[in-house]
Design a protein around this ligand. Structure first.
Ligand code: FES
Length: 298
């Protein structure tokens, strides 16, 4: 099977590991260097403001632009009219500009990955980086009036490579689950369900309870008990082991932040909010059910 062969090939590329180590240090170090504004910038680039990862939104633009460029170049090869070559030049430039955005968002998202998703992700990123360079050279040749034939051949090579890279991007999402909402398959109680004895709660502490098979994060503040889903929407981190920062809980895995009472995502890499639960106390038992105003789509 093609997918299996590709994965085995990537697994055999041991040189990817030191490259990935270096790039993760460089990307992570860059945002760290900027301090608090760096965290805000990183959250923006992940797409937390959009409620959806930004990277896959941007990647459609270069793919669309470069597909048009291939068509325009082919038409030009047949009729040699300058209008078609100019159209190819413009669409290649649009693709290059959008690909820069895709690279920034992609490397930022990839920085939080580990193991196989990190390996496939670095292969995806490196191929796309080569694609960007190839298209840049093709565009510079076109701009400076160099060999149009060479520029077209380079664009065709770039297009073949970007399709390979897109395949790997799909592999990350559909096979490995990178960037997928980690609540998507968790049952969410719609009716009040007992989760914990009230007496086992301590004021100001993060407590994990279970509603059937679904982990719930409880937090007691005065007379109020707040409840949100315990599994981090980003990659499944256990929020009950996270850190409390005022009204926010910070995930122990990649430091996404959520409002402890509403579940609203307030800091990336997560882009999707936690499920918010209504709570009530009946006969000394805390009960929860999905809140109507939850921001989580599940
Ligand atoms: S699992 Fe990545 S931030 Fe929570």
């Amino acid at each position: 099977m093609l997918s299996h062969a590709i994965n085995r090939f990537i697994d055999r590329q041991r040189w990817l590991e030191p490259v990935a180590d270096f790039l993760q240090k460089a990307v992570g170090g860059f945002y760290k260097l900027l301090g608090a504004p760096g965290h805000g910038l990183k959250t923006f680039i992940h797409g937390t403001w959009l409620g959806h990862p930004l990277h896959p939104v941007i990647t459609d633009i270069p793919l669309g632009a470069w597909t048009l460029a291939v068509l325009f170049d082919i038409i030009y090869l047949f009729n040699q009219r300058q209008g078609w070559s100019s159209a190819a030049d413009v669409t290649i430039l649009i693709g290059i500009v959008a690909a820069l955005g895709a690279a920034v968002t992609g490397y930022t998202d990839w920085n939080e990955t580990v193991d196989r998703e990190r390996r496939v992700g670095i292969a995806h990123g490196l191929i796309n980086t080569v694609v960007l360079v190839v298209y840049l050279v093709s565009w510079l040749i076109r701009l400076t009036g160099g060999s149009r034939g060479l520029a077209i051949v380079l664009a065709f090579i770039g297009y073949a490579l970007v399709i390979c890279a897109a395949y790997l991007g799909g592999e990350m999402v559909f096979s490995i689950g990178t960037g997928v909402n980690h609540h998507a398959w968790q049952p969410v109680p719609e009716k009040f369900t007992k989760v914990l004895l009230e007496g086992r709660m301590t004021e100001g502490m993060l407590v994990k309870a279970m509603a059937g098979d679904t982990p719930i994060l409880l937090f007691k503040k005065g007379d109020t008990v707040c409840a949100i889903s315990e599994t981090c929407s980003h990659a499944g981190g256990p929020l009950s082991e996270g850190e409390l920062l005022g009204n926010l809980v910070q995930c122990p895995w990649h430091a996404s932040r959520f409002d402890i009472c509403t579940g609203q995502v307030r800091g990336g890499p997560a882009t999707i909010s936690q499920v918010r639960y209504e709570t009530r106390i009946q006969n000394g038992q805390i009960e929860v059910r999905r809140s109507e105003d939850t921001l989580q789509p599940n």
